[in-house]
Structures are given as structure tokens and as C-alpha cells.
Design a protein around this ligand. Structure first.
Ligand SMILES: [Zn+2]
Length: 251
């Protein structure tokens, strides 16, 4: 059975730069707005969504074959139908989102964190290839991170009945992940305010969950489409403006 290679959190070297990038880009990313509480934890609680009126430029850091490039572009454009944010592919390496395909990982910075890292570094990694079983899922999923979305299996309401001992064993064997990496990427819920919708098993941002790694009654297949929730959340974050100045969500 094919299993999806885990997409691991990249993390940021400089949490303050990450926080500033998010707030400068879009003041709505401010942490804990409702309570007015500001604490040291604020840097971990802010969201990282783009200003909906900006243009998101995308470039390739290496020189992938045209077929690979086109296949990646086509999948990224599936998100474009639901957001106001223009996604513009540019030549050269100067995009705000910088894709590296000569890599062995599938990963991405979360939203505005792309602004907090060196402009010479990639922000999104795709090792999967169009003939791979997981290519579609990987590209849609990684670009979801680029739009500011987190892993759905870490939603605070997910309550996945993991068989943790089995997960540690399997992830060590299959992916060489130690306990800390498994804890961080599978068992540590996201606390920040980006979880603005209900938990959604069908999200493209959810890891597949094998029944054997749970209590035996819970599983999530490898999702291959943007879910209704995925579309709803990005169209809420990046609403399409009308000429009358109002905005709405697409159906
Ligand atoms: Zn991911």
C-alpha cells in the first residue's frame, strides 16, 4: 500500500520576524484580538494570511522540466478559482512563493512566513512527480500552506483516537522520525486563531490516517480534492471584491 510521505512543519528561525511579517502584511493577523490579551505567546498565536488585495507572485528556484512546471502550475491554479488574490507565475527566482523541485521533501512555509525568510531560499518544496500516486494531493496541500492554512489533523477539535505507540513505531520505521518529530507533527494541536472553521476530515490539509494507527474505528483516506471547507475558508480569507465595493463568498 502506498503511504503519503509526511509533510513536516518547516518552522521559522526568527519568530519575531515571522510575527512582524504577518502583522505588516495584514493587521487582521494580530493575535488575540478578541480578548485584547498580548503576551509572550502572541508570536505563536497570530495567523499568517496574506493581504487579500495583494498579488502573490510564484517562481521556480530550480529549472524543472516544462511538463513538471506546467503540472504544478495547473494544480496551484485550482485554488485560484476561490480567492481574490491573483496568483502570478513569474520567470526568474524572485517570486514571493519560491518553489524548489530538486528536493526530497514536500513542505511549505505557512502564508506570510514566506516573507520572513531569506529571499534566496525556497519557501515551498515539492519532491513528488506527476506520475507519482500522490502528486495531486501534495501540490494542492503544499499550496494550501502557502495560503496560510495549517494541518487539519492538528485542529483542536480533531480528537483523532491515535494508537500512539504504533504511530511512533511506524513513523520511525517508515520515515525515520523520532518521538519529538511525531509529537510535533501529529499530536500537538494548533492553538492559533487560524482554525476558524470546524474540523474537516475531508480537507486537503489533513494527513491520511491509517486505521491500523488508530483505535481501529477511525481512518482518513488520502484526500485528493479541495474540500467544501477548504474552498469556503479561502474564499472567506481572500474574498472576491465587487465593483460596488462590497464583497462576497463564492458559492
Ligand atoms: Zn502539510
Amino acid at each position: 500500500m502506498h503511504t503519503l510521505k509526511p509533510c513536516l512543519l518547516l518552522g521559522v528561525n526568527d519568530p519575531i520576524a515571522s510575527y512582524r511579517s504577518a502583522i505588516n502584511e495584514n493587521p487582521k493577523n494580530m493575535a488575540n484580538k478578541q480578548t485584547g490579551k498580548v503576551s509572550a505567546r502572541a508570536t505563536a498565536l497570530n495567523t499568517k494570511f496574506w493581504n487579500p488585495s495583494r498579488t502573490l507572485t510564484i517562481s521556480f528556484m530550480d529549472n524543472p522540466p516544462a511538463a513538471l512546471k506546467d503540472a504544478i502550475k495547473a494544480l496551484i491554479r485550482e485554488w485560484a478559482d476561490y480567492i481574490s488574490l491573483p496568483l502570478v507565475f513569474i520567470e526568474g527566482k524572485q517570486g514571493i512563493i519560491r518553489i524548489k523541485t530538486a528536493t526530497d521533501q514536500n513542505a511549505s512555509q505557512i502564508g506570510t512566513d514566506a516573507l520572513a525568510i531569506d529571499a534566496k531560499e525556497p519557501t515551498l518544496f515539492i519532491s513528488s512527480r506527476p506520475t507519482d500516486f500522490d502528486f495531486r494531493t501534495v501540490v494542492l496541500h503544499e499550496f494550501g500552506h502557502a495560503l496560510g492554512l495549517h494541518h487539519e489533523h492538528l485542529h483542536p477539535d480533531a480528537n483523532i483516537p491515535w494508537n500512539k505507540a504504533k504511530v511512533y513505531e511506524e513513523y520511525a520505521k517508515k520515515w525515520g522520525m523520532d518521538k519529538n518529530a511525531v509529537d510535533l507533527n501529529l499530536f500537538t494541536p494548533i492553538s492559533e486563531a487560524s482554525t476558524i472553521t470546524d474540523y474537516d476530515k475531508t480537507s486537503i490539509m489533513h494527513y491520511p490516517v491509517e486505521k491500523e494507527l488508530t483505535d481501529g474505528r477511525f481512518e482518513v483516506p488520502m484526500n485528493t480534492e479541495l474540500s467544501h471547507h477548504d474552498k469556503h475558508i479561502v474564499s472567506h480569507l481572500y474574498p472576491v471584491e465587487h465593483s460596488d465595493g462590497g464583497s462576497c463568498e463564492r458559492p
